[in-house]
Design a protein around this ligand. Structure first.
Ligand code: ATP
Ligand code: MG
Ligand code: MG
Ligand code: MG
Length: 481
C-alpha cells in the first residue's frame, strides 16, 4: 500500500479521493473522530469513523499512542481549522498502546515532565517543531560552507590530545578498569592499552582542523564534542555538537565577518524554511509569557528577536572596554552582579555577558582581545597595551538569552611565540609535535572559531534549556537513553 503523508494531504486539499495514511493516535473523541499524526508535520488529520459499522473490539484498541493504518476517502472537514478529513473505510491497528501506561496524554505536559520521558517526547508538537528546526539548521550549516568553498573535514573522535590543555575529558580505554596493568612505580601502564597510550573523546576538533586548513585553505568540522564538565546548567551538555571553521590567510577581522555572516545566514534560513515551526514555538512562548508578571515579560516575540539579529550589525568591543562598562553598571537599580568585576583580568561570568547583550547594547556582541591568561595557549598574542597588559586576539560572540554562543580567535602562527607560551604554561611540546609542524612548514596567519550547535538551536527555537534541543541529552548521571 502506498502511504500518503499527513503534511501533503493537509496542504493539497483534494477531495473524493481514496487514500491510505498511517500514524499515531493523538485523540479519539466520541468513538467517532480520531486525530492522527505521522510526524510529517505538527498538524493531525482527522479520521471520521463509522462507529455503527466498526467492531467494538477494534474501537477499544484505538487509544492515544497506538499506531494505526487507515484507508478511506478524503472529504471536506466539518470542523474548524483543517479543510480535509478522511472518512474511514478500514482501520488496522499496527501497534497497540496501553492507555493506562502511555505517559503522553492529550493535554499540555510540562517540559520538565517531558525531559523524564525524552524517549517519547518526539511525539509532541513542541518537539516535532524543535527537531525540524534543528534539522534545518544543520542542513543550512553545510549549505553555508559549501557555497563558500569550504571543505567539510571529519576530525577524530578518539584522540590523544586534549586541545586546550584543560581537564574535562572522557577517557577511552580497553584496559580492565577494575584491574589495569601497572608499571613498576604503580601507575597505570597504557602501553598495554588499545592505542598504546592514554586516549580520550575529543573536546574540540580545532588542532586537527588547523592542519587541514593549512592545506585546503578553508575547512569546517561539524561533529560531536565531549566534555566531562559540570553540565548541570541550562547551557552545557556532556555531549554536544560543534561547528568549527578554520581559515588560512585570515585575521581576526575576517573571523568576525565569517562568524556574523554564518549566524545571520542560519537565522535567515530558519525564518524562510521553518515558518510553521517557528510560528508554533512563538505562540507557545507567548502563552508562557502570559503567565509571568507584566514587568518580566519579554518585549519581543521570538520572530521579532530573530529578525532583529538579522538586520542589525553585531556590537564589537574589546574586553577592556567591556570591563569599563561592567565596573560602572548595575544590572538593575538595586542589584549588584553576583560576581563583581573589580579587576582587569577576571573572566566574565554569564551574568556579565548577558548584561552586556540584553541590557546594555541590546544586541549581539562580539567581544575581542581578552587577557592572555584566561584564554588558550594557541591564540595570537597582541602587542602589550600602554600599561603592559597582555591580550590575545580572541573573539567570543554573545547572544541574548544565551551568553557565549561562539568562541574563537586568530591563531598564533609564530613558532617562537607559540612555544614560549607553551613553556610558560607547562604544556608539553613533544606530544603536540604534529601540531607544531604547521608552524615549522609554511606557517601562515589563520583564524577559526567554534559554534556550539545546541546553543544556536536554543536561540532560534526560543527554548531555554539545552536539554530540550538535543534528542538524547547527556549530563551527569544521565546516559540511559
Ligand atoms: P562556556 O564558557 O559556555 O563554558 P567555553 O568557553 O568553555 O563555553 P569553548 O571551548 O569556547 O566553550 O567552545 C566553543 C563553543 O562551544 C562555545 O562558545 C559554546 O557555544 C559551545 N560549548 C562549549 N561547551 C559546551 C557544553 N558543555 N555544552 C554545549 N555547548 C558548549
Ligand atoms: Mg566551558
Ligand atoms: Mg567561555
Ligand atoms: Mg569559549
Amino acid at each position: 500500500i502506498k502511504r500518503e503523508k499527513v503534511k501533503s494531504l493537509l496542504e493539497k486539499n483534494e477531495f473524493n479521493r481514496a487514500v491510505t495514511v498511517m500514524g499515531w493516535v493523538r485523540t479519539f473523541r466520541n468513538n467517532q473522530f480520531i486525530a492522527i499524526n505521522d510526524g510529517s508535520c505538527m498538524g493531525n488529520i482527522q479520521i471520521v469513523v463509522d462507529f455503527n459499522n466498526t467492531p467494538e473490539e477494534l474501537l477499544k484498541r484505538i487509544t492515544t499512542g497506538a499506531a494505526i493504518a487507515v484507508t478511506g476517502t478524503i472529504v471536506e472537514s466539518l470542523g474548524k481549522g483543517q479543510k480535509v478529513d478522511i472518512k474511514a473505510e478500514s482501520i488496522e491497528i499496527l501497534g497497540d498502546s496501553d492507555p493506562e501506561k502511555f505517559p503522553l496524554q492529550p493535554k499540555k505536559h510540562s517540559l520538565e515532565f517531558l525531559r523524564e520521558i525524552a524517549h517519547l517526547r518526539f511525539r509532541t508538537n513542541t518537539f516535532n517543531a524543535i527537531f525540524k528546526v534543528r534539522h534545518a539548521l544543520a542542513f543550512a550549516v553545510h549549505q553555508f560552507y559549501n557555497e563558500r568553498g569550504f571543505v567539510y573535514m571529519h576530525t577524530p573522535i578518539i584522540t590523544a590530545s586534549d586541545a586546550e590543555g584543560a581537564g574535562e575529558m572522557f577517557r577511552v580505554t580497553t584496559l580492565d578498569p577494575e584491574n589495569p596493568p601497572r608499571t613498576e612505580d604503580g601507575k597505570v601502564d597504557f602501553s598495554e592499552d588499545f592505542f598504546a597510550k592514554a586516549t580520550n573523546l575529543t573536546v574540540s576538533g580545532q588542532l586537527e582542523g588547523e592542519l587541514a586548513a593549512m592545506a585546503f585553505g578553508q575547512i569546517y568540522t561539524f561533529g560531536p564534542t565531549f566534555r566531562a564538565e559540570n553540565s548541570n546548567t541550562t547551557r552545557h551538555l556532556a555531549e554536544f555538537w560543534m561547528i568549527e571553521p578554520e581559515v588560512a590567510f585570515a585575521d581576526l577581522e575576517d573571523n568576525m565577518v565569517l562568524a556574523e555572516d554564518m549566524l545571520k545566514y542560519l537565522i535567515d534560513y530558519a525564518l524562510k524554511n521553518c515558518k510553521e515551526e517557528l510560528e508554533f514555538l512563538n505562540s507557545r512562548l507567548l502563552e508562557e509569557e502570559k503567565s509571568k508578571p507584566q514587568n518580566e515579560r519579554s518585549e519581543l516575540s521570538l520572530i521579532d528577536k530573530l529578525n532583529f539579529c538579522l538586520t542589525n550589525d553585531f556590537q564589537r568591543l574589546t574586553y577592556t572596554e567591556a570591563i569599563a562598562i561592567l565596573k560602572s553598571s548595575k544590572p538593575n537599580q538595586k542589584k549588584q552582579f553576583k560576581y563583581l568585576i573589580d579587576e582587569w583580568g577576571a573572566d566574565l561570568q554569564s551574568e556579565h555577558e548577558r548584561f552586556l547583550v540584553e541590557k546594555h547594547f541590546k544586541k549581539p556582541v562580539i567581544l575581542i582581545d581578552y587577557p592572555a591568561d584566561i584564554k588558550s595557549f594557541y591564540m595570537r598574542q597582541n602587542e602589550p597595551d600602554a600599561q603592559g597588559r597582555k591580550t590575545v586576539a580572541a573573539m567570543d560572540i554573545l547572544f541574548p538569552g544565551i551568553g557565549e554562543i561562539i568562541g574563537g580567535s586568530q591563531r598564533e602562527e609564530r613558532l617562537d611565540k607559540l612555544t614560549q607560551r607553551m613553556e610558560d604554561l607547562n604544556i608539553p611540546q613533544e606530544e603536540l609535535w604534529w601540531f607544531l609542524d604547521t608552524r615549522r612548514f609554511g606557517s601562515a596567519p589563520h583564524s577559526g572559531f567554534g559554534l556550539g550547535f545546541e546553543r544556536m538551536v536554543l536561540f532560534v527555537t526560543g527554548m531555554t534549556n539545552i536539554r530540550d534541543v538535543i534528542a538524547f541529552p547527556r549530563f551527569p548521571r544521565n546516559a540511559e537513553f
